[in-house]
Design a protein around this ligand. Structure first.
Ligand code: NAD
Length: 486
């Protein structure tokens, strides 16, 4: 099985080379079949320290941070081309390692290449200011690379999350140590090989497969200047705490419990199609998944029916089948977590409209039916907690104010949608919701169309923004220079 995976790399990438297989190896399982697909060598603590040392040397003494930004940009453009050239290999790794349907995996790879293309041309358009402080002083600011950054990514979009961080970090001139999730390191390790082949100097990009201990080491290490983390809110708290001792710059992309607000004048068929695609895309394992459907009371019956119709169009099955739109959950442990949340809701009396169990025709693999609960109260765990699986609830509202109140009754504030043909009302609601992003009458896909706009959350959904020109602010320091003209 392993031999069938082209581009398989299974050891840490440190200082421009893949390490030899160390002591222990960990098996990676195909979420669709349970088969072992590869054995990976997680980084040891000593290897993590070596990677940080390599990055520090490359940053403090190497060419990359000092290279003209246009030349760095050309290397990023070459990386984008190289990703496109290896697109099928990368997509296959995402598909088999993460259980992501091949079509979605291909979109993710295309999105990753596009991020590198975007940042290839970004750094010569992101510069300092001249500030009129006085007649006798010339005051200007310089944007300088932040330094050595630790990049920690989750398992749900491994390649895309790596690209969202690495491309602006490289463009800004930083050196990096990237730790993918222990569940899905394969595409990131192949990305390291691709980046190395494009002429990025050794030590500038290091990749450490590993778990929480390596993440903690990176977050607390004195030689790391900044940390960009994507994952759960609970881990984000731990990362922030670990980073506090050495005053690192911290960017956090965390969880979400996103609302899809549907008024009764909306195009219900389109709204239902988008709601289903958002709630069940990537098997619901997405921070932006709309898992709270807030629907005007008079439209609840029609919207629920439209959602059930849409679900019937989803094709659940092998991620390798290009027709599949719904793959398995990442692991048996995660399947059990999702099922526990569903069974607790059923036992608590929440009305099950669809799903709620393993599909009859999938005896193996971590498959779960798209699951919808009707009439979920706003204080129910299904309305509060991120299930991170194909599970959503419908809650009725009576007025615009009611919809806004319910949408904002969440510790999270990542994403959301508003559906109404009354554009004034839709925009009032879009302005009133406390989320970093909101879609009006549509669902822009972050991996394809929104690379130029900031991505991130309010409240416990995170700190800072990825993507767009703003992301470069995180990967740079500002230096103020004052010249006495007298
Ligand atoms: P997770 O928090 O369990 O793990 C994320 C990463 O942190 C992994 O690489 C993990 O090994 C590492 N880690 C674990 N403990 C650590 C510690 N103490 N210190 C440092 N690193 C540590 O998250 P996950 O289960 O991999 O991913 C799912 C979560 O990610 C969901 O909550 C989802 O909403 C969130 N997410 C957010 C975004 C976003 O952009 N806002 C995008 C994707 C996923």
């Amino acid at each position: 099985m392993t031999a069938a995976l082209p581009g398989l790399r299974t050891t840490p990438f440190i200082d421009g080379a893949f390490a030899d297989v160390g002591g222990a190896v960990e098996s990676l399982l195909d979420p669709a079949t349970g088969d072992v697909i590869a054995s990976v060598s997680p980084a040891s603590e000593a290897q993590a320290v070596a990677a940080i040392g390599a990055a520090r040397r490359a940053f403090d003494h190497g060419d990359w941070p000092r290279m003209p930004v246009f030349e760095r940009g050309q290397v990023l453009a070459a990386i984008a081309d190289a990703i496109r050239a290896r697109a099928e290999d990368l997509a296959l790794l995402e598909c088999v390692n993460g259980g992501k349907p091949l079509t979605g995996a291909r979109r993710e790879v295309a999105g990753a290449a596009k991020v590198f293309t975007y940042y290839a041309g970004a750094m010569d358009k992101f510069y300092g200011d001249t500030i009129p402080v006085s007649e006798t002083l010339l005051n200007f600011t310089l944007r300088e690379p932040l330094g050595v950054v630790a990049l920690i990514t989750p398992w749900n979009f491994p390649l895309l999350a790596a690209a969202w961080k690495l491309a602006p970090a490289l463009a800004a001139g930083c050196a990096s140590v990237l730790k993918p999730s222990p569940l899905t390191p394969l595409s990131t390790l192949l990305l390291a090989e691709i980046i190395e082949s494009c002429g990025v100097p050794k030590g500038i990009v290091n990749v450490l497969p590993g778990g929480a201990a390596i993440g903690e080491l990176l977050a607390s290490h004195a030689a790391i200047d900044g940390i960009s983390f994507t994952g759960s809110t609970a881990t984000g708290v731990a990362v922030m705490r670990a980073a506090a001792g050495t005053i690192k710059t911290v960017a956090l992309e965390l969880g979400g419990k996103n609302a899809c607000i549907v008024f009764d004048d909306a195009d219900l068929a389109r709204a239902a199609k988008a709601a289903v695609s958002s709630a069940f895309g990537n098997a619901g394992q997405s921070c932006s998944a709309r898992s709270r459907f807030l629907v005007q009371r008079s439209a609840v019956a029609a919207f629920t029916e439209a959602v059930v119709d849409e679900i019937a169009h989803l094709k659940l099955g092998s991620p390798l089948d290009p027709a599949t739109t719904l793959g398995p959950l990442i692991s048996v442990e995660h399947w059990n977590r999702v099922d526990r949340a569903v069974q607790a809701a059923v036992q608590g009396g929440a009305p099950l409209v669809a799903g709620g169990r393993r599909p009859d025709d999938q005896k193996t693999g971590n498959f779960y039916l798209p699951t919808v609960f009707g009439d979920v109260s706003p204080d129910h765990p299904l309305s509060r907690d991120e299930v991170f699986g194909p599970v959503c609830g419908i809650t009725a509202f009576d007025s615009e104010a009611d919809a806004i109140r319910l949408a904002n009754a969440s510790d999270y504030g990542l994403n959301g949608s508003v559906w109404s043909r009354d554009l004034g009302r839709a925009l009032r609601v879009a302005k009133a919701v406390r989320t970093g992003m909101v879609a009006v009458n549509g669902l822009p896909s972050a991996s394809s169309t929104s690379l130029f706009a900031p991505f991130g959350g309010y409240k416990r959904s995170g700190l800072g923004r990825e993507l767009g020109i703003n992301a470069l602010a995180f990967y740079t320091e500002v230096k103020t220079v004052t010249v006495d003209l007298s």
